[in-house]
Unconditional design. Structure first.
Length: 211
């Protein structure tokens, strides 16, 4: 006697599809990307370090906001999982690179961050080409990113006309050094995670080929 197939689980219309593109977190991420040229204009076109520092700090805070909204509004999307890390890295390259050229941050600090981001970003692309499974960002990586996103605006503010520029320099090191340590530790953790993701991706492809 045939057993009737179980009915498909009803789709909750209030639960957004992961394939959705137009979500509030994605819109916030796109606004962050659109503000990067404004940051460069303020820093080099207007030579207004204070305004550029405030804008960069705001862009760093919104990185936490869009992630919070994606989770609590159930708007986590496949596009967001790709777009948000890309926005973070562009924020680092444009922000840290611009501040490095401006001379408001120690060269060794900015170069270390930029090299780390280049290596991790390149490894992510290579793993994707090789068919590895997607690697989720670790807590250490998220915490390091947040602290560094605060440190660079503070370095810039420490060379501005803001009345609290001396405190900004102290705060920059208080956030920058732990952020750099956490980000380097996260990069070290990335190595075994990458091996596992690559092995799982190969196993998935082998199972699909044998099916």
């Amino acid at each position: 006697m045939d057993v009737p197939a179980s009915p498909a689980a009803p789709i909750d219309p209030a639960e957004p599809s992961p394939s959705r593109v137009l979500t509030l977190p994605n819109v916030i991420t796109l606004i962050r990307l659109a503000c990067l040229p404004v940051f460069l204009w303020l820093l080099f076109g207007q030579e207004n370090r204070a305004a550029a520092a405030w804008l960069l700090a705001g862009l760093g805070v919104t990185d936490w906001i869009d992630g919070y909204l994606a989770r609590h509004l159930h708007q986590v999307s496949e596009l967001g999982k790709i777009l948000d890390p890309v926005a973070d890295r562009l924020l680092f390259f444009v922000g840290a690179g611009g501040i490095l050229i401006d001379g408001s941050v120690p060269a060794w600090f900015a170069v270390t961050v930029l090299v780390r981001e280049t290596l991790v970003g390149g490894a992510t692309i290579l793993l994707g080409i090789l068919g590895a499974r997607r690697i989720d960002v670790t807590w250490y990586g998220k915490a390091g990113t947040f602290l560094l996103m605060m440190a660079f605006p503070l370095f810039l503010a420490s060379h501005s006309t803001l009345w609290w520029h001396e405190f900004a320099g102290f705060a920059a090191w208080c956030t920058g050094l732990p952020g750099l340590a956490l980000s380097l530790y996260a990069a070290a953790l990335y190595v075994p995670l990458a091996r596992t993701a690559l092995a799982e991706g190969r196993a998935d492809r082998a199972a699909q080929a044998a099916a």
